[in-house]
Design a protein around this ligand. Sequence first.
Ligand code: EPU
Length: 421
Amino acid sequence: MDSLVIEGGFPLHGTVRVSGAKNAALPILCASLLTDGACTFRNVPRLRDVETMAALLRFMGAETVVEPPQVQVAGASVRRPEAPYELVKKMRASVLVLGPLVARHGRAKVSLPGGCAIGARPIDQHLKGLEAMGAKITLEHGYVLAECARLKGASIQLDMATVTGTENLMMAAALAKGRTQLVGAAKEPEVEELARVLNKMGARVDGAGTDIIHIEGVDTLHGVDHAIIPDRIEAGTFMIAAATAGGDVLVEGAVPEHVEPFSGRMRTAGVEVTREEGGLRVRSPGARGLRAIDITTAPHPGFPTDMQAQFMALMTLAQGASVVTESVFENRFMHVPELNRMGANIEVRGRVAIVNGVDGLSSAAVMATDLRASACLVIAGLVATGQTEVLRVYHLDRGYEAIEAKLAPLGARIRRVRAAT
Ligand code: EPU
């Protein structure tokens, strides 16, 4: 697998452009299964996860052409409403085909995703919602089998604000007979974006972005042409990179309202974040000006769990001790031992990490088995003295479009070392 080699200690200056949002693109690609009309999606990021989703759509029979930043799904003529283990194990978001398949094809066979590096991540809420809409669900040989000639609208109370669960049920309800009410829905910008696309396709979704979503089912949906919103987590990763490495960076395409849950915390920590035409500008206060602050991850509009690792990299150099609480996933601190190997002083007690600020980080060979943990290590590498090698960048490539090609023009000394084939 490729690795990234980073020479630390060079501040970042200039402008970086954010790509389309991974976690919006993945459900939106699945929404194409709800219609036989042609779908064109623009501003789709060039990512391994997008390739995996396209491979899954093709496996099922949908003609899918990926020409980043554009993806076309030409009239999803699904012959095989199935998501095999080989693809689902590469990417959990594959489970997002479940709702659309049952809604439009009356049946689906989708591999259970199982646990992953950050937690057990069950899909009981997805299944409970589909059952409430009349689907017969059976679990067999590691697969979910769901069947229903026509789903019926239902009132569904989610036990937690699950993002992909809300998306799956919203897509299923779009073609159900009658009205569905999702209570306790996730409010993430990506959920709102999916609702926008569904409505453009002829669906009647109301209330996305709040915790109660109403969906009035329709008989058919048509094709769509849609440009995907910028990736708030990629934006945040560059914002934290600039704040940690030092310097002054304009993050072009960052949507202020989407990043507010962490940009507000960055300001409290002493980082200057200002709105500019087309994006957000981040000026680092330097390590001496960085205050340790506490954060607790929570569903939107709380502090996003997908920014926790990157924020922790920033806090390693702050003045004082910061308490980082991970309340969304049970095991999302795998970056901690690696940061400590780089000279950080972090102690983990269950779901809480205490980050005692240090004067500097030093380079090491590091790796992580989670996307955001890997991003955190790249950020640490940008400020550490010496040469850091981030191994197994496979995970980074799942969610960041050419991260080294975006950081290098800002002044980062970063290069990819290709694995020998
Ligand atoms: N949960 C259940 N039962 C369910 C569904 C979720 O117990 O049926 C639990 C999960 O185990 C977790 C919590 O609820 O503890 C929240 O999980 P959620 O379902 O919201 O996560 P997800 O939909 O699987 C999406 C993102 C993740 C992001 C989380 C939280 C996509 C494709 N993935 O996952 O993104 O961390 O929401 O915001 O949208 C990433 O991009 O690095 C990433 C992991």
